[in-house]
Design a protein around this ligand. Structure first.
Ligand SMILES: [Zn+2]
Length: 68
């Protein structure tokens, strides 16, 4: 589905988080596929982490605290 592809690309940064070097659209595609890319400007290894929502761990803590 095209919509899913758009969502995927949203998670990919368009610039190196280390030096701010702009990534080309092709580099962004590679980053999205490989989940990792080496910045050609500063050689920083950009790694896409799978985001773990904080709410989930909070829920676990809360339910534990409420338990009697
Ligand atoms: Zn960089």
């Amino acid at each position: 589905m095209a919509e899913q592809e758009n969502k995927k690309r949203d998670n990919v940064p368009d610039a190196c988080p280390h030096c701010g070097y702009k990534l080309t659209p092709w580099q962004q595609v590679l980053l999205g596929v490989d989940r990792a890319l080496v910045c050609k400007n500063c050689w920083y290894r950009i790694i896409l982490d799978v985001e773990i929502p904080d709410e989930e761990s909070n829920d676990i803590k809360n339910s534990k605290g409420k338990e009697k």
